[in-house]
Design a protein around this ligand. Structure first.
Ligand SMILES: [Zn+2]
Length: 349
């Protein structure tokens, strides 16, 4: 975080107008970082600037981060053309049947009297099982428990969790997304978690799906999650994995980099270290193949076409390719358990 105006600068090429400050040291362990990539551009949404990523020299940490780092006040400039959180297309018959089957699976697995049996039946489809699990945060059921989704968008996950018996609330910066969710009767606040000033120990569960990598101060955010969670409350956080298979395969074309919106990209060890320093003793981090199909395909397309259409219509070939990525990721994960595309952090207070 910048401490004074003298630290601010604008990237030399300056595509833009995004002011930055120097960030030579690791947010987690304070080690210096080596330059991993430079000259990175936003090939997804066209945010201005050329960007450099550092990797923490501490091999036991491995955090990646932008240096220079956009200043907090200019972060909205990185989201000018970002996809707004839509409420989705009109459902087709096939889509409706698929959704009904998913809901039945979630009720049987994560609802009241949930059982692990349905998940065991999907042993031969581990990617699909992981997808279903992450879509409901793999949360242990608490009847009537209060759940907060930080970065909930228009609230698709809130609706899912409410059907499973949770009393749900969300927060998001995107006012359009919040309006869309509120129009469907959801309780969603606008802004940052810290500014909501929730009382201590307010929630039975706090969840975050692809939020941690976007915030300038992950330590502050996770500390706040800890404060508002009840004793025995569950915390689940999903974020890209810097040590993933597709990152090693595609390098600067890896979809998970997303410069300059991904400010910090964690490894399992850096995420665990941060959590434990904040006070979470009961915490585990594992990598997941849930979205390996989408991330693998997007990285492939970035490498091939250099830019990515964020709302592509997949043809049969692309769908097959995506599933091949997920099957390969699954096989690889069974050998090296840290190489999934996303980190799933689970903790109890
Ligand atoms: Zn570090």
């Amino acid at each position: 975080m910048p401490t004074c105006d003298a630290e601010l600068s604008v990237p030399a090429d300056s595509a833009g107008s995004v002011r930055t400050h120097s960030e030579p040291r690791c947010h987690v362990c304070d080690s210096v970082g080596d330059i991993l990539y430079s000259g990175l551009r936003d090939r997804l949404f066209g945010a201005p600037g050329e960007w450099t990523l550092r990797r923490c020299q501490n091999a036991g940490c491995g955090l990646l981060w932008l240096d220079p780092m956009p200043v907090v006040e200019d972060l909205p400039k990185l989201y000018q053309t970002y996809y707004t959180h839509s409420t989705g297309d009109q459902p087709t018959l096939t889509g409706s049947v698929r959704e009904a089957m998913k809901r039945a699976y979630w009720r049987a697995t994560y609802g009241p009297n949930g059982s692990r049996l349905p998940a065991m039946l999907l042993t031969l489809a581990p990617g699909f099982r992981a997808q279903l699990a992450l879509q409901v945060f793999d949360l242990q059921h608490v009847e009537g428990g209060r759940l907060l989704d930080v970065g909930c968008g228009s609230g698709a996950a809130l609706e899912r969790m409410a059907r499973l018996g949770w009393e749900c609330e969300g927060i998001d910066f995107d006012e359009k997304a919040v309006d869309a969710g509120r129009a469907r009767g959801l309780t969603i606040q606008v802004g940052s978690l810290e500014h909501q000033r929730y009382p201590d120990q307010s929630f039975d569960a706090v969840v975050m799906n692809h939020v941690l990598e976007h915030v300038p101060d992950p330590r502050l955010l996770i500390r706040e999650c800890y404060r508002i969670l009840k004793p025995e409350g569950q915390f689940v956080c999903i974020t890209p994995n810097a040590a993933s298979w597709c990152h090693s395969l595609f390098g600067t074309d890896w979809r998970g980099l997303e410069p300059p919106r991904h400010l910090h990209i964690f490894t399992q060890s850096s995420a665990l270290r941060l959590m434990r320093e904040i006070g979470w003793d009961n915490v585990e981090a594992r990598s997941s193949i849930a979205n390996s199909h989408g991330i693998g395909l997007a990285s492939w397309n970035l490498k091939r076409y250099s830019r990515l259409d964020m709302l592509p219509k997949r043809n049969v070939w692309q769908s097959i390719l995506a599933r091949l990525f997920q099957i390969s990721a699954s096989l690889r994960l069974s050998i090296i358990s840290t190489t999934g595309e996303e980190i799933l952090l689970r903790a109890k207070r």
